[in-house]
Write a protein that binds this ligand. Structure first.
Ligand code: PEP
Ligand code: MN
Length: 338
């Protein structure tokens, strides 16, 4: 249920109502909007709860939330959520650009990549230190040493760091170094991990599982939101279909569809979505045109020498050109990018 507070309700009255909701055995999420403050009351509601809550003076009305994803739903919060960390702004009319290599490989590589993507206009730096690889024999990432290099790159460039955390035990460690915690596609339904990042107050980039439905995707986001972390970005990174020409199939309709259902910002990953570097620029333009709030793009100083995902990584020159073209499309749809 959504408990819509009266405009006249004081912050103390809102807190008191949240306690009342919790005393009824429901979880209370206070959402302060520009128009109204509402409390999403989530859980198994008992008979008469709606009428009881409506009897309080500070309550305007109580309405059921129909979507199974309660806190992520537009019914709960009609205004879009914007995520800001350092210079990275995702949503609110700006398309946040996160770029960098698939994996952190060395100090030289990540510092160079950081400078190159910054020069082209990115405000976020990606780079995996813990890598989820299909084969146990493939490069698994530099782990904490990689996190330290990301922090160094941030110190030198001011870019916001986005890096993956693969297990609940590592959340504290990764959170020490990063600005955004990335949940990889393979972990979208790792519920303990979702809860663990939900307990932090860092923004989370949640990637869609390659075989997950949109409802499963939103319910995964709900696990994070339910822990009180409201800073979740949804990332469409391609799904598995019968098609084998591209690494995954990138369904851009997800962007428009999600915007009709959730206030959370939507990021598109054309690198994993196609797996082919030559297709990435066009898909970046298309993602901007269809209304995405952010892009995450793999860029490597020398893609041919990359230790992972070189085939889908852009050279810094192609990335710079792509950014210039994306700026034109962003302007055409009334947005800024970077
Ligand atoms: C990545 O971002 O490098 C990555 C492993 O992505 P995904 O989880 O979408 O496969
Ligand atoms: Mn990758």
């Amino acid at each position: 249920m959504i408990v819509v507070m009266k405009r006249t309700a004081t912050p103390e009255a809102v807190q008191q109502m949240a306690r009342t909701v919790e005393e009824m055995g429901l979880k209370a999420h206070v959402i302060v909007g520009t128009e109204r403050t509402v409390i999403a009351a989530v859980g198994d509601k008992r008979n008469g709860a709606k009428e009881l809550l409506e009897s309080y003076d500070d309550v305007e009305q109580v309405v059921p939330i129909l979507a199974p994803y309660k806190v992520a739903s537009l019914e709960t919060k009609p205004e879009p959520t914007t995520i800001r960390t350092r210079g990275l702004v995702v949503g609110g009319g700006n398309i946040g650009v996160i770029a960098g290599p698939c994996s952190v490989e060395s100090e030289e590589q990540i510092l160079l990549a950081a400078e190159q993507v910054k020069a082209a206009g990115a405000t976020g730096l990606r780079g995996g230190a813990f890598k989820p690889r299909t084969s146990p024999y493939a490069f698994q990432g530099m782990k904490e040493a990689g996190l330290k290099l990301l922090a160094l790159a941030r110190e030198k460039t001011g870019l916001a760091i986005v890096t993956e955390v693969m297990t609940p035990q590592h959340v504290e460690l990764v959170a020490k170094y990063t600005d955004v915690l990335q949940i990889g596609a393979r972990n979208m339904q790792n519920y303990h991990l979702l809860q663990a990042v939900g307990e932090t107050r860092l923004p989370v980039l949640l990637k869609r599982g390659p075989s997950a439905t949109i409802e499963e995707f939103l319910l995964a986001a709900e696990y994070i939101l339910d822990q009180g972390n409201q800073q979740v970005m949804l990332c469409e990174r391609g799904i598995r279909t019968f098609e084998t020409h591209t690494r995954f199939t990138l369904p851009l309709a997800t962007v428009a569809y999600l915007q009709e259902r959730t206030h959370l910002p939507i990021v598109v990953d054309p690198s994993h979505g196609t797996g082919i570097a030559s297709l990435v620029p066009s898909m970046c333009l298309a993602a901007v045109a269809c209304g995405c709030d952010g892009l995450i793009i793999e860029v490597h100083p020398e893609p041919k020498k990359a230790m992972s995902d070189g085939a889908q990584s852009l050279t810094p020159a192609v990335f710079a050109d792509t950014m210039a073209r994306c700026r034109l499309v962003a302007a055409a749809v009334g947005k800024t990018i970077g």
